[in-house]
Design a binder for this molecule. Structure first.
Ligand SMILES: *Cc1c(COP(=O)(O)O)cnc(C)c1O
Length: 398
């Protein structure tokens, strides 16, 4: 008799057990770090079988490593993807994927409010190689569709976006891609597969900076690309050439970090919601950008498609660039640092961090306000984080 289909495992069970082989080398409970550059073959026949695709095994470090493979299979299980490929960083994942999908004379549409280096890669680097890029406002689906041409190969967006936490209607984005035979790519670093799985909504490719929530401890750099076997194989071929591979130790740290991933993100979701609500009711705060607030312009979409609203809260203080800097400096628990997603809370002012070399006018053009603060909420106790923010606002405006 056929077995009834098994109920899919939950995110925490998948985070702990997904992708893990049993038993492991040396009966180790934990996935070992296979610290080797190359792999040996018993004889020429084994080499032939490998190249003929008759056996599956590793060959050389640039084409994969067993520790890396466990991390990839764990992530694929979490994201509901056929396959996953890891990289040395999130940007390595983004750039290699786009190099694999595009060629001279093709065209990409990207939504605005996205990671600065992604924008630069599209508008400066790819432009140099004869690839055209159009930027459309996030949330304007007519503009998105109008921007598509016969040469368009990819639609690229983040969701939620950095730093304003705009949320894309993934179903609609995916549908526009399919109807126009264009691949859709979502950088879901801010969401993580705990909060949303874009592939479930018909998106073709999901990207992550695994440096952020997936690693989760501010101690590694890695990137991931997930999607169908066909797409990931093409990207893997390009990675074999460009060489931006994750090293075995970073892959080990990622496997370790991923085991607590669902727990951490759950806590970061509730912490961020509490902080967003506190800030929204504070007289010195003029705007809070968090999808979990009913005032957020995509709150309805976010509620429909996300399990939680993420751990980043962006907000604007009443006052100028210096007032915001005083608030940042008066906080005692979060570190002043770039990046996000780790167990430690981090705080930064985009105008004096990622966008420092621009003038105020140039920053306004890309939508970065001087009084904007981005708070990446960690796993500390919410009442401590709120008390700290309250004293910081009191001191800054004192
Ligand atoms: C950090 C980040 C990246 C780049 O990732 P790295 O691991 O730093 O290379 C890309 N997209 C988003 C949304 C990010 O937050």
């Amino acid at each position: 008799m056929a077995q009834p289909p098994k109920k899919p495992l939950g995110p925490s069970t998948t985070a702990v057990h997904g992708g893990e082989t049993r038993p492991k080398l040396g009966n180790s409970l934990v996935t070992p770090i296979v610290q080797t550059a190359t792999y040996t073959f018993t004889n020429t026949q084994e080499l032939r079988d490998h190249f003929d695709g008759k056996i599956e095994r590793v060959e050389y470090g640039r084409y994969g490593n067993p520790t890396q493979r466990v991390a990839e299979e764990k992530l694929a299980a979490l994201e509901g993807a056929e396959d996953c490929l890891l990289f040395a960083s999130g940007m390595a994942a983004m750039t290699t994927t786009l190099f694999a999908m595009l060629s001279r004379g093709t065209h990409v549409v990207v939504t605005d409010d996205s990671y600065r280096r992604t924008r630069q890669f599209l508008n400066q680097t790819l432009h140099k190689y004869g690839i055209e890029v159009s930027t459309v406002p996030c949330g304007d689906y007519e503009a998105l569709e109008d921007a598509i041409k016969p040469t368009t190969r990819a639609l690229v967006s983040e969701s939620p976006t950095n730093p304003y936490n705009r949320v894309l209607d993934l179903e609609r984005f995916g549908e526009i891609g399919r109807r126009n035979r264009v691949k859709t790519i979502i950088d879901a670093t801010f969401a993580t597969p705990y909060n949303v799985r874009p592939l479930d909504y018909g998106i073709d490719v999901v990207m992550h900076s695994a440096t952020k929530y997936l690693g989760g401890h501010n101690d590694l750099l890695a990137g991931a690309v997930l999607g169908s076997r066909v797409i990931i194989d093409a990207v893997r071929g390009m990675q074999g050439i460009t060489g931006a591979v994750v090293d075995p130790f970073a892959a080990f740290l990622l496997v370790r970090g991923l085991k607590t991933f669902a727990l951490r993100v759950q806590r970061q979701n509730t912490n961020a919601q509490a902080i967003a609500e506190f800030l929204a009711s504070h007289p010195r705060i003029s705007a809070v950008h968090y999808p979990g607030l009913a005032t957020h312009r995509e709150h309805a979409v976010a509620k429909r498609q996300m399990r939680g609203f993420g751990g980043v809260v962006s907000f604007e203080v009443t006052g100028d660039i210096d007032t915001a800097a005083r608030v940042v400096d008066a906080c005692e628990i979060p570190y002043l640092a770039v990046s996000l997603g780790g167990v430690e809370s981090l705080i930064e002012q985009p105008a004096i961090m990622s966008f420092y070399e621009l003038t105020t006018e140039e920053r306004m053009q890309v939508g970065i306000k001087d009084n904007l603060i981005r708070y990446s909420v960690g796993i500390e106790d919410p009442e401590d984080l709120i008390a700290d923010l309250a004293q910081a606002l009191d001191r800054a405006f004192g």
